[in-house]
Design a protein around this ligand. Sequence first.
Ligand SMILES: [Zn+2]
Length: 411
Amino acid sequence: MAAPRSEGQLLLEFLQQKMYSHLGRLDEFGPQQSDVFDDEKEVARSIEEMLAKRAALVTPEELATLRTSLTAKIQRDRAMDLPTRFERRDDYLWMRYLADEIEAAAQDLGMRIPVRPLLGTLPTGWPNGQSRWVGAEYIVMFDSELFGFGLLLSQVVVLLMPLTRGNKGQFSFSNDLSKIEASIDEKPELVQRFCEVVLAYLMRGAPSALTPPYELEEPYNSMAEVLHRSMALFLMAHEYGHIILGHHPNTGQLQGLFNSVLATSALDSSGEQKEMFRSWFQEHEADARALTLTIRAMQLKGHDVAFSYWGVDFFLSCIDIIEKGVALVRAGEESVNGSSDTHPSTQLRRGIVRDTLRGVLRRNGLSEGAAEAPIELGSCLEKTIAKLWARLRPVLVGLHKEGRTVSPIWP
Ligand SMILES: [Zn+2]
């Protein structure tokens, strides 16, 4: 028998139902809803594909052990209860994975996490996560397309970075901006891809369905995966940062949230919600905590500081694109500095995050200069996105002039 559902789960399902109904998308979640594990043949194929990549590196016995453990993991994932009937299994498993990594990093750093939050997605166009205290638990929620969008842009960016081969034969990426600029000129198909991905998110709210991820060759596949993981960990770690820092009032939220949703068809900018937004100061505090957690989580998987940090900086570039894009299609111009009453601009966040990185490395006994190479890599990605944005911008201005409107997911 299924376990009784918590207040948080009931609230999350209510919000999801409200939003999917508002968007006319409830029929995606009927009894026939597809599950990532439905296709047995596809599951078996992907296990064999993973094993084939390892085959040259391990003995046949190790490979057999790996097959057994992968199959057992998939059985567990397939049997896992989803928190609500509107949660997709692959999204949920991905969020659980990120939460596991952040909690392991927190434990390693001696940070106490009071309780594992309930994780969920909502089609809200929030460029950041949101967390609330409901009943006896935290709910941490993300826009249902945000992680997928991050992967799609990670793929475009790593494909634009020129590959170099070290003297031991290992690959690395050059962050020489002039070479990346040349790459943008030489690979118009990637500029086109960037524009399609951003347009699919802004105008239709569905980048993963309309522009599915590429199947990339190595080493691009691994590099895109590392970039995406670093950014997704930061996104999750930011919400854990709020929880660790005790930024959530403990009572009185539930009724207010119900009222605000009942009063408005979209989950945005009602007075009740605004009250729940945190001050800029708390946002920066959560960013600083998230940076420390992300770097430790990536280091625990063997990544150096630069490849632990680059996704953090890149995440800020991605949300900058979203915020500017929505404003441009709606109003014909980007907002002046991107700040709002409730959220600091991404430029401000980026500056503080980069300063925090210097502090984190200094406290770890590294010289202040140790932060410069990772920041240079982040800055290179920032400039790459700015170049791509310059190509997309006139298209968005054109859409504004035609009177087109962005997807209703956007607040
Ligand atoms: Zn926050």
